[in-house]
Write a protein that binds this ligand. Structure first.
Ligand code: SF4
Length: 433
């Protein structure tokens, strides 16, 4: 039994935003528009309010049709009751998955909560479910489709829930990069005397199925933020260099911890010839980093860490490895969402934690562990723009559509992409430290 030391924490970021907009809170937000329903932004160009609102959304990204007015106008209590009733009716025919970064009003209806790969694994455990409702973003629903049965429908409640980081590695740009690297490094599938090929592509789980398929076709592998080091060891045993995408920060932080120097890690900017590097730099490279980033984790700074330490002596600072290198270096620890959750769970003495990851997860952890003081390093309430696109209104809509015998917003990956993408995922599962 734990003893609460602090006032109860409301885990709802939605409630915090509404209080800010009403002038009833001293907190601030990056956008007061976050207090509105995300359907206000479905018809607009761009990711909508939140951490990635300044990023460029690719043309051709999926668009969400208008959510029926009954769901837009229903209040929180009514939506919760409609979701519960639809789930009762559907029973084992549906599994609802909720990512750690989803709003609390959605997570409370999830059968499983976790990171993207954990959730795809949970989906696999329910072959009897006809529908897997994935409350997360587009690449996660694609991964669940790769790993679930052919007759199971994976449903993304709002098609506008993409991921700005995943969108930064476009398949055409990656194919073009591969051709340019071949011009500099020679045939990319020919091993040297040590049996190592010139370059192996590695993609972070946070990428499209098309990118995972590319990686699978070219002898590469997928990684998560939990196993990135193991995956890089796997690639260094088989290749002289790594092409790592889309997240430069995860690639840099992981490789640096393995002893790779910064001058051995040129950045590949897809809008410049040879990614903006000289041929000699690519020859000398060990890890070529794609110019991608997560706009949520890019918000964390060393100044925030200094401030947390000044205001909370003894604070334990844990950040996600998608944060910039200076932030990871200044923190006490860096690790995946699962690492952060387990580190807090394992703390036996009341501790103050400053956490550098998405605010919905941080507030939920603060509510779940009242014996600790847990706060987000970023003092501004600024959730992930695209996770924010899933609202209980969309969840109620897709569940009631399923009850009515319709299958809305199904995400499917074509076989020509899915087969090599599965190969890349299987290599990751087989890679051992
Ligand atoms: S938190 Fe970052 S990586 Fe995750 S969905 Fe949002 S933009 Fe993408």
């Amino acid at each position: 039994m734990t003893t609460p030391l602090h006032a109860p924490v409301d885990p709802s970021v939605d409630h915090a935003l509404r209080l800010i907009v009403a002038g009833a809170s001293t907190e601030s937000t990056c956008s007061t528009e976050l207090a509105a329903g995300p359907w206000h932004f479905d018809a607009l160009e761009g990711y909508g309010p939140g951490s990635s609102m300044g990023d460029v959304i690719p043309t051709g990204s999926p668009r969400q049709g208008e959510l029926p007015v009954a769901y837009r106008e229903a209040d929180e209590a009514e939506l919760h009751e409609r979701i519960r009733a639809a789930k009762r009716t559907l029973g084992d025919r549906v599994v609802v998955l909720g990512h750690f970064y989803q709003r609390d009003e959605v997570v409370q209806h999830a059968d499983y909560v976790g990171d993207s790969f954990q959730l795809a694994g949970f989906a696999k455990k329910h072959p009897e479910a006809e529908a897997i409702v994935f409350c997360g973003v587009h690449f996660m629903a694609e991964t669940a489709d790769l790993l679930s049965g052919a007759d199971q429908a994976v449903i993304l409640p709002n098609l506008a829930a993409g991921c700005s980081m995943a969108d930064m590695a476009d398949i055409d740009q990656v194919e073009d990069c591969w051709e340019q690297l071949a011009d500099v490094l020679g045939p990319l599938d020919e091993p040297d005397a040590d049996g190592r090929v010139p370059v192996i592509p590695v993609t972070y789980m946070n990428s499209s199925a098309a990118i995972k398929g590319f990686v699978g076709r070219h002898g590469g592998i997928v990684c998560t933020s939990s196993n990135a080091r193991t995956v890089l060891e796997w690639t260094f045993a088989r290749g002289r260099r790594v092409l790592f995408f889309p997240d430069q920060h995860l690639g840099r932080n992981t490789a640096k911890a393995m002893g790779v120097t910064l001058d051995e890690m040129p950045l590949w900017n897809p809008r410049q010839a040879l990614g903006g590097s000289a041929p000699a730099d690519l020859q000398d490279a060990r890890v070529i980093l794609w110019h991608g980033f997560c706009s949520v984790h890019r918000r964390f700074t060393v100044t925030q860490i200094d401030q947390a330490r000044a205001e909370h002596p003894g604070v334990r600072v844990i950040v996600h490895p998608e944060c910039p290198m200076e932030v990871v270096d200044a923190a006490d620890e860096a690790g995946s969402t699962d690492y952060i959750r387990k580190a807090i769970d394992a703390a036996t003495e009341p501790t103050t934690f400053a956490i550098g990851t998405e605010i919905n997860l941080v507030r939920r952890l603060a509510a779940q562990y009242p014996q600790h003081e847990i706060f987000c390093l970023d003092p501004v309430v600024c959730p992930c723009s695209t996770m924010y696109r899933i609202h209980p209104g969309y969840l109620a809509w897709v569940l009631e559509e399923l009850v009515a015998g319709r299958t809305p917003n199904r995400i499917t990956v074509s076989t020509d992409v899915a087969d090599p993408a599965r190969v890349a995922l299987e290599r990751m599962l087989a890679a051992r430290p």
